[in-house]
Design a protein. Structure first.
Length: 113
């Protein structure tokens, strides 16, 4: 399992705590400290789409120019997230059971081992 998160995010901390409680061995990627691999982001965009991954309610989004926010698509979202990693919704959890964004009971059920 691999979890991509922001260490000061409440949902990310809850997901990490749950993973540890389950005894799941997970690679942890902190987007602020470790960055995001563009290849991962492209793969996630292909599978999930920009609507799922781009956080348009964030403070970072509100601080962007109108031109930067106009007409989002997968490629534009990748460029924005690479430039501003906190624009990515999180945590992104990858396991043999699939790829999810966020953390709730459905995510726990999907990634249960």
């Amino acid at each position: 399992m691999k979890i991509t998160l922001l260490s000061n995010c409440d949902k990310c901390r809850a997901a990490l705590k749950w993973i540890k409680e389950q005894g799941i061995d997970a690679a942890v990627i902190d987007i602020r400290k470790d960055g995001i691999e563009e290849s991962d982001l492209k793969r996630w965009m292909t599978e999930l789409g920009w609507e799922v991954l781009l956080n348009r309610r964030s403070t970072t989004w509100r601080g962007l120019s109108d031109a930067a926010k106009a007409d989002p698509d997968n490629e534009k979202a990748i460029a924005l997230i690479m430039a501003h990693p906190t624009l990515m919704k999180r945590p992104v959890i990858e396991s043999n059971n699939g790829l999810t964004v966020g953390f709730d009971k459905a995510v726990m059920d999907q990634h249960q081992v």
